[in-house]
Design a protein around this ligand. Structure first.
Ligand code: ASP
Ligand code: MG
Length: 326
């Protein structure tokens, strides 16, 4: 039983964002948050046990490093100077995931990693963006996208099953009904969807879908592998949640050849100085051949618990452009 010490009627908290200390306290104290966090705990437990069962080892995330994901979209820089070195807050663990697989004894790894992406305040309206969030970052050595899809399909189904079994009361309190998706999840090509539905295809398919689904081939960061015979075709993908909840995971097979990496960085006007050490590694032919992806934890919980805005799945919301209280 949750006791509200503050007068609830005075504030409207959930869908507007906290404006004051009192609203932020009410946000934390809300009974809804308790149900949501229980669902999150079970979903994470399902992921950990699925990883463990499949021999995927966990490593702890890093938060500051000289080189991090460049991200292929507009955002503000988040870095600090420390003993003469500029260190960036992690935007994703991509480069470190790849490097961790240099260890001959490790061929499957995952991190549960905080990411800081200081994106435009306009994104506050999407209901899907936090400028500080967490993802399950997974990477496999010497495997293909086909292997990754099969593995991840199983992981997604196991999340549904575990959450539905362990959190039936929480889901009921949240008025949320889930059904375990049919496997294999559907796989679409972005080119086909664009032809059929126009530029808004991600949103349209997510709205009409009942189960999560994959879309292949997006032009993104330098590290996602581009087909050499078919330039402009990328061996990467996203998973989307159904019912209009949108993007769940991004990933792909990776570039490992130095000259491809350099070519793609140049194409994206990447400041190569900012990736000096990574490029030294690739120039030695040391980047392992890998495939992987990052699954947004808060977005997953937003979908599982049926929340309109992602702020409602966090105790301490970090919504782009919004004032932070705690
Ligand atoms: N680049 C992805 C991200 O958005 C992760 C991945 O590709 O594995 O974090
Ligand atoms: Mg993405």
């Amino acid at each position: 039983m949750v006791i509200y010490h503050l007068a609830l009627s005075v504030f409207s908290v959930n869908d507007t964002g906290a404006q004051s200390m009192k609203e932020a306290v009410l946000h934390i104290k809300s009974e809804k948050r308790m149900h949501i966090l229980r669902v999150q705990s079970s979903a994470l437990m399902a992921i950990h046990s699925y990883m463990h069962k499949h021999g995927v080892v966990q490593s702890m995330p890093i938060i500051l490093s000289p080189e991090t994901d460049p991200l292929n979209h507009p955002h503000f820089d988040a870095s600090v100077e420390y003993y003469g070195q500029r260190l960036h807050l992690t935007k994703s663990m991509i480069l470190h995931k790849q490097l961790s697989l240099l260890n001959d004894g490790i061929d499957k790894i995952y991190f549960m990693s905080p990411n800081v992406r200081l994106e435009d305040g306009k994104l506050k309206e999407t209901g899907r963006h936090l400028f500080e969030f967490s993802q399950v970052d997974i990477e496999f050595k010497d495997k293909t996208k086909k292997d990754f899809i099969r593995f991840t399909d199983g992981m997604i189904a196991s999340i549904y099953k575990f959450v539905m079994r362990k959190c039936a009361d929480d889901l009921k309190a949240l008025d949320r009904t889930l059904k375990v998706p049919k496997l294999p999840l559907k796989v679409y090509e972005s080119e086909d969807l664009r032809k059929e539905l126009g530029e808004d295809f991600e949103k349209l398919v997510s709205h009409r879908a009942e189960d999560p689904f994959w879309i292949m081939n997006f032009r993104r960061e330098f590290y996602d592998r581009e087909d050499k015979e078919r330039r402009g075709y990328y061996h990467n993908y996203d998973i989307f949640w159904p019912e209009g909840y949108g993007e769940a995971l991004s990933g792909g097979e990776r570039e490992w050849e130095h000259k491809e990496i350099v070519r793609k960085m140049a194409e994206r006007k990447t400041n190569m100085k900012a990736f000096d050490t990574y490029l030294q590694v690739s120039s030695q032919g040391l980047i392992p051949r890998t495939v992987g992806g990052g699954l947004g934890i808060e977005r997953m919980v937003r979908y599982l618990t049926g929340q309109k805005h992602i702020r409602d799945v966090t105790l301490f919301p970090r919504v782009p452009g919004e004032r932070i209280i705690f």
